[in-house]
Design a protein around this ligand. Structure first.
Ligand code: C2E
Ligand code: MG
Ligand code: MG
Ligand code: MG
Length: 284
């Protein structure tokens, strides 16, 4: 076992760190070829319109089916994929899957309201020359409109971003692609910066609504979210809340004017077939 763990002899004395060492070692070695081996898959989590509870679309969330460790969530490998550059082909692969899925959901309801699929975009991808051209090609190939995709970027990825990084985002926005500021409230996005960004949706981080899970709810929490919603709406942005786990939260968030919600209360991320069960196809 010590040999497997890279010859770390301390590993033998501490089975926990041994396991961690093997895990890290195994992930680092296997990640570069995981894409060509077909070990990734995408789960979808519904986005629900708070005013009427209808499913408007879903966020695509990548998973890695590791032959030894089983299903690994993105937190286990996205940072590694970003530091090794794999995120560029991986992110493109997720977009291809999401675009095909959007088409598959849209088809049966033809002229119905558009299905929107959200795709997370890594800041590394923003630096790729030809990103926008390639994006357009992927969507054409899948047979969907740019308005069927929402690109999610984290606040931390955008705050320090210079004009160079913002250019592709403006081009996406011009194409009608929705741009969401993910995990909003966890970074340091000041109001002036927010105004400068081509963002159409704020995705409120779940830390904001955590305190609304059960009664009694802290009135200050409510005021803060109310203020953010009002600011977003003033700037012409819609508000999505993530991490909604209880009916109490959902009720408060609807009352505060939030537009869309996502969380375990509605559905955990799952295979695309599950969205048919949630009647995405029939939503009007
Ligand atoms: P995110 O974009 O903020 O996605 C939401 C995360 O919250 C997901 O974690 C989701 O499973 C989790 N979640 C959803 N509802 C609830 C809830 O009610 N309670 C709690 N506690 N959690 C909830 P996941 O799938 O582990 O993804 C983690 C992060 O990995 C994502 O955060 C996103 O930043 C990143 N990610 C996922 N897929 C991709 C991808 O294709 N490309 C890139 N660049 N990043 C990705
Ligand atoms: Mg996201
Ligand atoms: Mg998020
Ligand atoms: Mg988050």
């Amino acid at each position: 076992r010590a040999k497997e763990a890279g010859g770390n002899r301390f590993a033998l004395a501490d089975p926990d760190s041994d396991a961690r060492a093997i895990t890290r070692h195994g992930l680092t070695n296997r990640l570069p070829t995981a894409l060509e081996r077909g070990e990734f898959f995408v789960e979808y989590q519904p986005l629900v319109r708070l005013s009427d509870g209808s499913v408007r679309g879903a966020e695509a969330l990548v998973r890695w089916l590791h032959p030894v460790h089983g299903v690994l969530g993105p937190d286990h490998f996205i940072p590694l994929a970003e530091s090794t550059g794999l995120i560029v082909p991986l992110g493109r692969w997720v977009l291809v899957q999401a675009a095909r899925q959007a088409r598959a959901w849209q088809l049966p309801r033809d002229d119905g309201p558009p299905v929107r699929v959200n795709v997370n975009l890594s800041p590394c991808q923003l630096e790729q020359p030809g990103l926008v051209t390639d994006f357009v090609a992927v969507l054409e190939e899948a047979g969907i409109e740019p308005t069927a995709i929402c690109l999610e970027l984290t606040e931390t990825a955008l705050v320090g971003a210079g004009e160079e990084a913002l250019r592709p985002l403006r081009q996406f926005a011009d194409l009608g692609v929705d741009i969401a500021l993910d995990d909003f409230g966890t970074g340091y996005c000041n109001l002036a910066a927010l105004r400068r960004l081509p963002v159409t949706t704020l995705k409120l981080d779940r830390s904001f609504t955590h305190g609304m899970q059960h009664r009694p709810v802290d009135p200050v929490d409510l005021k803060i979210v109310e203020g953010i919603v009002s600011l977003a709406h003033t700037l012409g942005m819609s508000v999505t809340v993530e991490g909604v786990e209880t009916g109490t939260q959902a009720e408060h968030l609807r009352g505060l004017g939030c537009d869309t919600a996502q969380g375990w209360y509605y559905a955990r991320p799952g295979p695309p077939e599950r969205l048919h069960a949630l009647s995405l196809v029939d939503a009007t």
